[in-house]
Design a protein around this ligand. Sequence first.
Ligand SMILES: *Cc1c(COP(=O)(O)O)cnc(C)c1O
Length: 460
Amino acid sequence: MTNKLRQLPSVDRLLAEEKLKELESSFPHDLIVSLARESLACYRTSISQGKDPPSMAEIVDNIYCQGQALSSVSLRPLINATGVILHTNLGRAPLSEEAIAAMNNVSRGYNNLEFDMESGERGSRHTHIESLLCRLTGAEEGLVVNNNASAVLLGLSALAKRKEVIVSRGQAVEIGGGFRIPDVMRQSGAKLIEVGTTNCTYIQDFEQAITPKTAALLRVHTSNFKVLGYTHTVVLEEMAALGKAKNLLVLDDLGSGCLLDTARFGLDPEPTIQQSIETGADLAFFSGDKLLGGPQAGIIVGKKVYIDKLKKHPLVRAMRIDKTRIAGLSATLLHYLKGEAILKIPVWQMISLPVAEIERRAHIWAAPSGSMARVINGESLIGGGSLPGDTLPTCLLAIGDSKKPALAHKIARHLRLQKNPIIGRISENILLLDPRTVSPGDDEAVIMGLQKAIESITGA
Ligand SMILES: *Cc1c(COP(=O)(O)O)cnc(C)c1O
């Protein structure tokens, strides 16, 4: 083994290679030395585990690739052809042109983030969005923080610490990515009181659980699963009435935070923020980057007395959002105010896209791929913790051969690793690409990418 280890070149020897000298034009010398050392250390480990020593060219290539990877931002755009509109792993909601422009506009220079233009004195970053939120939701006041998980944590910390919060057992849920209601509750210092059973909870269950220590009744939208069959849930109306009678807070974690009626698009009705406020929730919590279609944010709307309490809590400072997202969120909310949300916000454009239009594009995608691809009927998903299990009819480009299971995976991998990555989904060894979640401006890129992938895999 020592012999094999000796076959590894020295750092100096490596740095003398032409290809690595090339890296010197982009990076400081010290960084390239570090990359070379790290790479050699990796090879030493693999040799000590019994692997053969690499060739000089292989090591140089490895270091060069590491350098290349450092020369561009790791987070980069891709084409989402999965048909999942709000894909949390793929960055959730794409933004409207106006939202992007607003974010750009405040990035380049200075701005009035915390500056009152009238008085010329210090202002508050919260003022920029507050009135928009109130107008759209009917709430008395609003507050925006980093994301909905932090919004809920803030609400519970500020209003229910060392007190009890009653939640239906069927709603003490995990949203994914580590957001679990019992954990958030513990972190806030509030005590979770679960009532009812997994499938059935009644308002009497809430009523019987009230003690002098109870601070709030919490509803959590079961945003990523469905309970079917014999079920009973407590509606917000009942919770609001009970809260009022017993002088308890009623909190509503809406998850997605929808302002439009999803039933218009043939979907299940997702609870809207306006309904929540109208029904009597004291505070409603929702995300900026789910069905709202804006940048990542956690939005709280509701009664002024409580929002004012939240604003004074030290956590607000730790959860605040920056100027770019305030700008992007404002521009997104303005679309709703102007009645142009469906036309301008990509999430709603995708939801409202007619199947005939999707089918037309699927055929255009299919044409250059020959016999490898065909257009089939399928379903698009909303995703991102909204409308669980609910789908929109769509047309898909289906690529592969169910008798050659490796083929679809190979093409999918090729598409993923292209310079302009395209992400699809694989079902029963067939690669499916859904035009619904692809901007028409990217159609050309999909067609080119597909051709390249198919050529390279099949040698056609
Ligand atoms: C998505 C979701 C959250 C978390 O929201 P983020 O904005 O991702 O932090 C919390 N509660 C519910 C019900 C959700 O659906």
